[in-house]
Design a protein around this ligand. Sequence first.
Ligand code: BES
Ligand code: MN
Ligand code: ZN
Length: 505
Amino acid sequence: MAYKVLNKISVKDTTSTQLVSLNTSMLVIVCNKDTKNNVAFKQLDKVSKGYLSKSISSNIQDDGSSLLLPQITGIKAKNIMLVKGLNSDKPIHKWLSLYEGISKKANAIKASDISIMCGNAYPEGKDENWLIETVAKTVESNAYIFSETKNKTTKKPSLKNLTLLTTGLKGSNLAKAKDAAKKGFAIGEGVNTTKYLGDLPANHCTPRIIEKKVKAMKKDFPNLKIKSFNEKDLAKMKMGSFLSVARGSEEPARMMVIEYNGGRKSEKPIALVGKGITFDTGGVSLKPPAAMDEMKWDMCGAATVFGVMSTLARLNAKVNVVGVMACAENMCSSKATKPGDVVTSMSGQTIEILNTDAEGRLVLCDALTFVGKYKPSYVIDMATLTGAVIIALGRHSSGVMANDQHLADMIIDAGEESGDRAWQLPLWDEHQSCTKTKYADLANIGGGREAGTIHAAAFLSKFTTKYKWAHIDIAATAQYSTPVKAGTGRPVPLISELLLSKRLK
Ligand code: BES
Ligand code: MN
Ligand code: ZN
């Protein structure tokens, strides 16, 4: 079960391609100061009798602004899009939005096939292969349109093929560019997989439906090993905390484990753990009704695990990774867990559940204990854990907290590289005091209105003392409410970059 939008992304060099006779629905030329001297462009411009160069000078002035031209006599492309390129001093998010715009435009004009001349400018410190990877990733992930639950008004992406046109690349350099495109395409596919699972309405995406989809991955990716645990299995493993979240729902909990071993046998795996609350009503500590529909995205941590594993499998990446998806529906009913109830976690620590809406940490703590048995080199959990992280950091970065500074640094680094940024919040000994209670070893909330994101991490840290661990709170980044409610597929780009770059060696 793959959620790729495009069929093919290829790289061609303009020295061996006649642009005039290039058969494409839209030829995109990202223009900068060198464009007019580019041999391939000059040829096109000549056929257009100088119309292209004139259009560049007079009609596209602002960064990222574009002009869509109809077919020009003598040039085979059905449309030509001129885009004002960026200078290397522009930040990465501007580069991402430029290519996002091109991808969306392609679907808007129903183009099935586009070719892009990216130009020879890159952000500072980056190179041509970074750009190729980024364009492939961004075009694939922005060509995505969710349509599964539409019947009469279905709109499917038209875009199927992308050709990246380079200038003067041959031999091993061209081969490297092709690898970069392949990598970007696979990350874009992972992003779409994650967006798709998140965008599915909660009644189309229960723990058991996710289980089916995970099992179906095996068909596309025989190099993945998939295990699934039902409530009986979870009870046998004494996951009393995880199970307490699913108690109020008719939908039983599921935990899926995806193993990918592309690295050396002796190499310990990196573990990814994802919160997979398929709907979060808050439970007995019921949430207010406004925007409660957005709680269908409360499984984006687990969906990120799913997306990243598909990327690794697609690329036959040389790493060992184990992914855990902890899935449950948080509902209220006569069976539901009540505030004040005490449960026993797999670690043996008892937990007083003072707020049933702080359920993410309750499923995660048992999944984090479980993953210890893999003796992982690093553990990273991803969770839409707290509304407070939106207040603390805003929508542009995920929040990182860790018991290992190197791991936190590498996560932040990979975020910078991929344009899927994360920023660190402290996790100090002083933050631990709030998990104290009279009736159990731990309480699931504490600290009142102060530092809610850190206090959630402090709770998790009681279960992660045996390994190097980071927690990424993605409540602000996995999904946006405006201008339309949609999943973003974050932090798939960050995690993919982290794992594929081998920063964690
Ligand atoms: N899933 C929510 C967090 C959330 C809020 C995600 C808004 C995305 C957008 C989580 O389960 C939750 O309810 N957290 C509570 C914690 C509180 C009860 C300590 C919160 O943030 O209010
Ligand atoms: Mn909640
Ligand atoms: Zn939640």
